[in-house]
Design a protein around this ligand. Sequence first.
Ligand code: EPU
Length: 314
Amino acid sequence: MLEAADKAWLSRLLGPGARFDEPMSRHTSFKIGGPADAFLQPQSEAELKAIIKWTRKKKIPYILIGGGTNVLVRDGGIRGLVIHTGHMATAITWGQDQQRIRVSAGAGVATRRLCAQALKRGWQGMNFALGIPGTLGGAILMNAGTAHGCMADVIETVKIMTSTGKQILLQRRTLAYRYRLLQMPSGTGDDSYPAVITACELTLTNGDREQIRGQARQWMRGRSRRQPAWQPSAGCFFKNPSPDQPAGRLIDEAGLKGMRVGGAQVSARHANFIVNRGGASAADVLNLSTRVREAVHSRFGIELAPEVYVVGEE
Ligand code: EPU
């Protein structure tokens, strides 16, 4: 799909930030995925805009990744571009208005870094996201969350770049948040040319630093007891069908912990994690996930839907 002149253009624009035939296994927490025709790391909104305008003209599709922590790339890799926003806009700034803290951050900021900043300064409202990997851009798009809250609770504005390179500021009241999804306004992009989240503003509150830190320690302990953080995975593989029917419990009760296909395994610690035991292919993960869905469906009559984005070619 990419010709020599296309590669030359991208290299001129991004220097070492443009790589070709790049294995996506290097850029996903699953450590799985075939090669992307081009893997691009813009450092600024100007570079992003130049790429977006160029791909439209060339009719070359792109997908976006932030931290690569909630994605499964199929073994055939990705035809077209992967735009990695994790190196763009990584500043965090803030202002205070009485008890309210208004935080501005770029989409490339690691969610973990913002949580650490909140803990250090005694800001209340981010503890729900402790331990969520990846970047704010990804967390906002998938409305990342836990039992204690989700991004929609704290987001005030989201800045996006549309698929035509226009910048738009979306206000909280206009955001269409769903369970694990921020629906982009119509006309801002589509599956082949999605809108890009570039920055956000969050509202947190001033709290009692010791109390927030105590809560953080307790939640993190619970999380590391329950989740296989030491093994490559994309976190929870399926969405919870409902709050009182968590996917992990359904898979566990169906007796599937430890089930294996090739290098992929249903974690023995948390049944909603599919882990890469070493050398797993995307096909292994997908075959295993199909078996899990079938077993849960036949046992409980419940259809599980993946939370992880599955992209690329077979
Ligand atoms: N459970 C089992 N067996 C298991 C796993 C869980 O019986 O193997 C039971 C637990 O005992 C608990 C219930 O299922 O009663 C829920 O489990 P847990 O508290 O671990 O929460 P979860 O709903 O499975 C959610 C998020 C996680 C987040 C945790 C932390 C989803 C799909 N998952 O998990 O997010 O870390 O809460 O609160 O919303 C992710 O999104 O990738 C992710 C890992």
